[in-house]
Write a protein that binds this ligand. Structure first.
Ligand code: ADP
Ligand code: MG
Length: 275
């Protein structure tokens, strides 16, 4: 692990060029010989929130993990297709897996801060893992900036040395968002980030998403249709029917997906008739 030393090498989080478009092109996925996604293509425009919806088991989490090269960490897993970050395939030979992970951050369902580590060090944890260097002042500024963006600064600024595990679940999730932001990702993937949270915490995370999307591309899996309607610009409806691999049945502007879906299965799902 690289020691944190003396230079700030990070671009400003505000720079408008930071957010990147992400595009999946004919992505298929397998666990062993079980095919779970079949040629899924989806454009996820920069500075927009794309929601992935659909019943359990249709491949949403697998798709999300393919978007930042986490799928390949699973022993039996394989995939086909391309994932383009501003037009460049993150799976091109010669592209490093760590590069994709840094550019495309992930927040999980269950908040996973380092429980014994201070809030301050939790925010910076990704820097060390990525070998990014920052000065003492740079680190202080970055901690404040990321906690502010994650909507947590005011609540914790006087207790940054307390352990991550001392926070409530909703605060822990915002801490995890702050930690993701610290390495300046261009895309943030969120896999049901609110499903373990109470309604108030859920609101706070949704507000955070709304504020972040001007500078980062967000892809969120959610089972909460109200949440999808509130936070997303566009939605993709995944479905795996009767043992077939998951596909996108329909994709479009969120208001159309909820207001005038083209496919009857989309209409049934968004209106809560199954799943
Ligand atoms: P979703 O997130 O939509 O609920 P998943 O992507 O988790 O769906 O799962 C899609 C399919 O892949 C399911 O059939 C699931 O059982 C299978 N699957 C997911 N993870 C693994 C794994 N690690 N090993 C084997 N099969 C898996
Ligand atoms: Mg899932």
């Amino acid at each position: 692990m690289t020691d944190v030393a003396d230079t700030v090498t990070l671009p400003p989080i505000h720079s408008t060029s930071a957010a990147a478009a992400l595009e999946a092109d004919a992505v298929s996925a397998w666990f062993g010989d079980h095919k779970v996604l079949d040629r899924v293509s989806l454009a996820m425009p920069a500075r927009e929130v794309t929601a992935l919806i659909g019943p359990s088991g249709c491949g949403k989490s697998t798709f999300l993990r393919i978007l930042n090269r986490m799928h390949e960490l699973i022993g039996s897993a394989s995939l086909a297709g391309r994932v383009l970050l501003d037009g460049e395939d993150i799976y091109d030979r010669g592209r490093r897996i760590t590069h994709a992970r840094r550019e495309i951050g992930m927040v999980f369902q269950k908040p996973n801060p380092f429980p014994a580590m201070s809030l301050y060090d939790n925010v910076l944890a990704g820097l060390k893992l990525n070998g990014i260097k920052a000065t003492r002042d740079g680190r202080d500024d970055l901690v404040e900036e990321c906690l502010t963006k994650a909507g947590l600064w005011k609540e914790v600024k006087d207790r940054l040395r307390q352990p991550g595990g001392a926070l409530s679940g909703g605060q822990q999730q915002r801490l995890c968002i702050a930690r993701s932001l610290a390495v300046r990702p261009r895309v943030l993937l969120m896999d049901e980030p609110c499903s373990a949270l109470d309604p108030t915490s859920t609101r706070r995370v949704e507000e955070t998403i709304a504020e972040l999307k001007s500078e980062i591309t967000i892809v969120i899996v959610t089972h909460n249709m109200q949440q999808a309607a509130r936070v997303s610009d566009s939605c993709a409806f995944f479905l795996a029917e009767q043992g077939t691999p998951g596909v996108i049945v329909e994709h479009g502007a969120t208001e159309d997906m909820f207001g005038s879906p083209q496919d009857s299965r989309t209409a049934d799902y968004v209106n809560g008739r199954f799943g």
